[in-house]
Structure formats: structure tokens, C-alpha cells
Design a binder for this molecule. Structure first.
Ligand code: PBG
Ligand code: ZN
Length: 317
């Protein structure tokens, strides 16, 4: 037995609003927020509504976002991903203008911008069409640079290409963006938990899968080595994704010394939400428990669709 009044002295891990990063979907083709069916409570935002939404987040106490863009047109080379007036470029500028203190992170990938839905440029391999690593690297450098030019604080390459961090670091430095940070999706598993996101960001693929460039869920050593490689390439922040069922990997990667982000992905959110809606689980309690567990395992920052809800729950207390 321990007296309730003494419990706080013994609490080792406490979740804070400043640990959280909210994913924000910006859709070039809409004029009002559009609900995402597979992620109840989440919306795509129009470009001219994204600053209002971020202001609401800021007012609730969430000071960091990660942006995902849904362009009006897609092509095989993802040209809209680095267009000067692309959806993310415009979103960054409008958030930056309204909220100078907001930490703006951008997802650097091609899958929302390619008509085939893969994370880069496709070439022919012996097994048929698949990602072409080196051409795709050039594309990632262009996308990251364009985000930095428009005011992103942190660029987050999520394509899992070999050499992506080094290529992006060199491109940013050469253009004078030494202070733009790179948060690498360094240990990213080929997970079925990204399912709802593909609805949210319209990034489903038309052939194949992502198992040739994302990590096999059974591979711990490989996942840890992928993060090690990104340290050597100059990453500023590492990431483990998904979060909740990969806490062993998170705990190992946290030992490297660099800040580590954990991404509680769309499927993790959807499972808790769905059970909560049916009355099978207490949504709030399970969401908070899942996030505290992620922090306990070593995450310095947590990307989660619950960020805004958590801020409101804390504000009510
Ligand atoms: C883009 C990207 C994905 C996610 C984040 N960035 C999809 C994927 O890799 O297939 C998933 C996020 C989520 O499920 O919430 N590469
Ligand atoms: Zn992608």
C-alpha cells in the first residue's frame, strides 16, 4: 500500500504536451475540412484553413506539427512535391506567417505525389518495376530543400532509401540551410498499421508493396542498424515507427544518445478509437497509457493523432 498523496513522488515518467507532435493533412483540392473515415476525429484541411487549425493546436498547447500534403495532381515523378506553389509549400508559408513559433516538420516522401503511389521514382528490376534508389534520392533532396526554403524547421524523410539522410544533409548545407534539422524515419517497419493513413493521405500503391524498402517486422538487428547508419549520415533526430508494438526497438535506439521520435501510427490510433467508440475500452485511459509507455521506452518526442485530444484532456484536469 502506498498513500495516494505520495504516488507523484514515485512517478518515473510523466507525459507532457511538449512531448507531442500532431500530424496535419493538407489537401489542395478541398475548401472545407474533410473527415477521414478510417481515423475518426481526424480531418484533411484545406490550404487556406491550415493556419487556423494550427492556431487552435497552439492555443491548446501543441507547439509542433508534421505536415502531409495531398496534391491536386499526381504524376510518375512527383513533381508537385517540390513545386514552389505546391500544397505543402503553401501550407508552410501560411502557418509560418500566422504562428512564427510553431515547430513545422514536413514529411519528405513521394508516395502522396506519385500516380503509382510508391515512395520515389520507379525503375525496372529483375523482379519487375520497383523503386530506383539513386534517382529517388535526387528527388528527396529536391523536396527537402523546397520545404526548407519555404520555412520548415525539420524535414523528415520517410522513404527508407539508402543514403537519404546524407543526400539531404548535403543539399541543405550547400544551399545555406545548415540549421534545418533532419528527423529520419530511421527504423521504419513494413507495417500493416499504416492502412488508415493510406486513406488519409491518398497514398495507396497501385502495384507491389513496400517490403523491398521497409524493414521486416521480425528484424530487430536490422532495424537498429538502420538507425545507426542514419546517425553516421548526419541525422539530428531518429525515429521508430510504428511505436507501440516496437518498444524494444525504441529502447535500443534511445541508447544511441540522439533524440528519438516515436510515431504512433494511424492503425494504432484507429484501434484505440474503434474500441473506444464501441465501449470496449476507455479511449482516454488507453490512449494516455499507450503514450506514457512509448515515453517510458525512451521516446523524446511522440508523433500521435491523439496530440490535440491529450492537450485538451490535460487542460481540463
Ligand atoms: C509516407 C508515410 C507513411 C506514414 C508516414 N509517412 C506511409 C507509409 O510509409 O506507407 C504512415 C503514418 C501512419 O500510418 O500514421 N511514406
Ligand atoms: Zn512514402
Amino acid at each position: 500500500m502506498r498513500r495516494r498523496t505520495i504516488q507523484p513522488f514515485f512517478r518515473e515518467t510523466e507525459l507532457q504536451k511538449t512531448d507531442l507532435v500532431m500530424p496535419v493533412f493538407v489537401d489542395e483540392s478541398i475548401s472545407a475540412p474533410l473527415a477521414i473515415p478510417s481515423m475518426p476525429g481526424q480531418f484533411r484541411h484545406p490550404v487556406d484553413g491550415v493556419a487556423d487549425y494550427c492556431e487552435r493546436l497552439r492555443d491548446a498547447g501543441i507547439g509542433a506539427v508534421i505536415l502531409f500534403g495531398i496534391p491536386a495532381k499526381k504524376d510518375s515523378e512527383a513533381t508537385e512535391a517540390y513545386a514552389p506553389d505546391g500544397v505543402v509549400q503553401r501550407a508552410i508559408r501560411s502557418i509560418r506567417e500566422r504562428l512564427p513559433g510553431m515547430v513545422i516538420t514536413t514529411d519528405v516522401c513521394a508516395c502522396e505525389y506519385t500516380d503509382h503511389g510508391h515512395c520515389g521514382i520507379i525503375g525496372e528490376t529483375v523482379d519487375g518495376p520497383d523503386l530506383e534508389n539513386d534517382l529517388s534520392l535526387e528527388l528527396m533532396a529536391r523536396i527537402a530543400l523546397s520545404h526548407a526554403e519555404n520555412g520548415a524547421d525539420i524535414v523528415a524523410p520517410s522513404c527508407m532509401l539508402d543514403g537519404m539522410v546524407k543526400t539531404i544533409r548535403e543539399a541543405l548545407d550547400a544551399a545555406g540551410y545548415q540549421d534545418t534539422l533532419i528527423m529520419s524515419y530511421s527504423s521504419k517497419f513494413a507495417s500493416a498499421l499504416y492502412g488508415p493513413f493510406r486513406d488519409a493521405a491518398d497514398s495507396g500503391f497501385s502495384f507491389g508493396d513496400r517490403t523491398t524498402y521497409q524493414i521486416d517486422p521480425g528484424n530487430a538487428r536490422e532495424a537498429i542498424m538502420e538507425s545507426e547508419l542514419d546517425v553516421a549520415e548526419g541525422a539530428d533526430i531518429l525515429m521508430v515507427k510504428p511505436a507501440g508494438i516496437y518498444l524494444d526497438i525504441l529502447a535500443s535506439v534511445a541508447g544511441f544518445g540522439l533524440p528519438v521520435a516515436a510515431y504512433q501510427v494511424s492503425g494504432e490510433y484507429a484501434m484505440i478509437k474503434a474500441a473506444g467508440e464501441r465501449g470496449w475500452l476507455d479511449e482516454r485511459a488507453v490512449a494516455l497509457e499507450s503514450l506514457v509507455a512509448i515515453k517510458r521506452a525512451g521516446a523524446d518526442l511522440i508523433i500521435t493523432y491523439f496530440a490535440e485530444d491529450v492537450a485538451r484532456w490535460f487542460n481540463e484536469e
